[in-house]
Design a binder for this molecule. Sequence first.
Ligand SMILES: COC[C@@H]1[C@H](c2ccc(C#Cc3ccccc3)cc2)[C@@H]2CN(C(=O)Nc3ccc(OC4CC4)cc3)C[C@@H](O)[C@@H](O)CN12
Length: 294
Amino acid sequence: LTAEMITSRSWENAKFKDYNFSAEGIPPNGGCLHPLMKVREEFRKFFFELGFEEMPTNNYVDSGFWNFDALFVPQQHSARDVQDTFFLKKPAFTDKLPDLDYVARVKATHENGGETKGIGYRAPWSEEETRKLILRTHTTAVSGNMLYKLAKNGFRPAKYFSIDRVFRNETVDATHLAEFHQVEGVICDKNLTLGDLIGFMEVFFAKMNVRNLRFKPAYNPYTEPSLEIFSYHEKLGKWVEVGNSGMFRPEMLEPMGLPKDVRCLGFGLSLERPTMIKYGISDIRQLMGPKVNL
Ligand SMILES: COC[C@@H]1[C@H](c2ccc(C#Cc3ccccc3)cc2)[C@@H]2CN(C(=O)Nc3ccc(OC4CC4)cc3)C[C@@H](O)[C@@H](O)CN12
């Protein structure tokens, strides 16, 4: 069948053989995984070996509720400004929030601590703010959603991971893009401690031959305590920050309905940083676009 046959309509009198649906396609003449995707497969292997389940992260768009409020990120936090976050214009708001008694517990926890031992942010909490649609700034938005489902379906110890794109309204330069891939892990069980977090980080990073970690107190609105993770990089001859971590706060976990003795630890790093080190890439922009000059 040719274009000329179609235009001249000669195909109408032509005889065609039956279509062979079991014919094999033409074998592709080559191709390879993008470096980021190669490193992603290495991380997925580590997580599966450690007994983690992969989270469904195929929603780049999320609500202010899941990306911020459910994680106890205050509505006045600068991370929620247009300088840091990409807001959707159409549709600008979601009409899908989880069950209203959970939203009410989140609202109360933000305003005055609600049923937690905390006192909250003592500032009005706006439902319009929580309904805003954004490009998620971290995969922790999905982690929160998974923990909520775990509470709703009946708590059991769980280990979740995700490796997917996140978006931040950042100035692009040699080490920063407006989007990057976050690698995130969450472990939930009764009575986990900060020692379990530190010990697990040693195990996880040992999988990529990163050892002798050092931990530095840090801050995240959704974890307390929080720790930045460092490792001495022999080739670079300096201490390199290799990730961030913490114990999720009761103000995030209790409104979800998780039992009060359940503790959840979380940690994250980027996919781009280890990929750049592995492939000797100095400018992160080399990882973008159809052609990768390696
Ligand atoms: C906008 O910055 C965010 C990103 C990204 C990041 C930071 C925090 C998290 C997180 C988290 C978190 C915390 C608590 C609970 C749940 C998730 C995830 C990604 C990296 C996190 N970082 C990072 O990846 N560094 C890194 C990781 C691996 C590596 O090589 C491997 C050893 C072979 C080399 C470096 C640290 C820095 O690069 C940092 O400057 C940039 N960070």
